[in-house]
Ligand binder design. Sequence first.
Ligand code: NAD
Length: 477
Amino acid sequence: MTTTVQHLVGGEWTGDPVRERHNPARPGEVAVRAPAGDKSTVDAALSAAEHARRAWAATPAPARGAILLDAADLLRSRHETVAADLVREEGKTLAEARGEVRRAIDVLRYFGSHGWQRTGGVFPSGTPGTSVFTRPEPLGVVGLITPWNFPIAIPAWKLAPALVSGNTVVLKPAELTPASATHLAAALVESGLPAGVLNVVHGKGSVLGAALAADERVRAVSFTGSTEVGLRLHRTLSARRARVQLEMGGKNAYLVLDDADPAVAARTVAAGAFGLTGQACTATSRVYCTPGIRDEFVAALVKEAERFSPGDGLEDDAVMGPVVSSDQLSADLAAIGRAREQGATIATGGTADGPFLPATVLTDVDHEHDVARHEVFGPVVAVIPADGYDEGLALVNDSSYGLTAGLCTRDLALAHHFAEHAEAGVVKVNRPTTGLDLNVPFGGVKDSSSNTFREQGPAAADFYTWSKTIYLGHDRG
Ligand code: NAD
């Protein structure tokens, strides 16, 4: 089954679907046909967004929110179709895709109700007869650039706060996954979103994303993707003083201490490392282990890994989907090969069968090896020795990244110490590094993030608004 998508520009669906995206689990099957936009597509989308800007900003926030709530209902009625398309273009399992579509629906509901809640502040004034208050103002036209690994949830958690706050949007979804974001856009348009308020352009990131970032009409860009691309965008946007939010790569660490239950630790690490085929920015990819638990933990982790049998996400028995693309698979295999050259042992997995890479556990890894330092965006986890808690914490923190970090222990004092001292935007004790509620701030530190504005929850709207301070004098004469 093939889905055809188009650009959304000024309320019109346009563009010849000349590009094909194949189903990663069935390489011969065309999953999506999409257009390949160029700079002129971005220019038209920006003109439409600029044209729609004032009227949308003047629309009451509850009315903007009502459209999001209707879109949530519409998406709910299409849940199965959208989830199946997501599997066909991205590869995750149907259960994972259903969960992701559900997340997008819930995000629309959450920010839809936000239309009634967003407030400024009221301040005492030192001048008699004077009221002072603030109003959150929209930024104007914003650009959203999103990756393939959460092809509907990430567009939703950027779009929803942007729209309810009164901004108009040009969204550039990842080339590999044009359909999921288009389903989201269609639900919003069919729920009454005025023409030009949301525009979606498909095509190469290096052309469309770069054109968005460079255009003076774009007042802010929220980007999720690789650190390399993010840092390049940061230079362009900062040079013209546009607001920028970057959520980027990770090398997320877990520390397993002697007092942990090895089976529970293995289950927690495996869920974080191999769920979503390890293709999550928050995936666990290095595990530091103290000597007393190491052997039992590794044996339990290998057993857990072997439960994640890869397969076609649309088939019932697949616990883990394929790797998203042949380029990504080559990069994963190259990282495993390099780890072996540097002395690692493959405890399980390590070789691919077509697009399917089994959950892979590497042992005998040193903290200085490449596989412990660089992101591998796949189902690969490295187990590395640590003498004890203090050395483990130091090794967790010795990374250029800082997205998530985890600790398995029953020691409450160490749990608190870790929560305080782990250098990561999200710290999880006795829980997988992946998975966050939609109402909590999400983002990283160091090279994982611009570390300016957080995504999700009430904090998300801060990025899409600025605060105006108003003085009202009321002398009676
Ligand atoms: P990517 O950086 O290749 O692409 C992300 C987006 O940027 C895509 O839409 C792409 O088309 C666009 N793009 C590519 N080149 C561009 C350029 N020169 N200018 C502007 N835009 C450009 O990343 P990806 O491969 O889609 O996603 C995987 C990466 O995303 C991993 O590193 C992962 O850790 C990261 N990620 C981070 C988070 C987070 O919240 N921190 C979440 C998901 C994924």
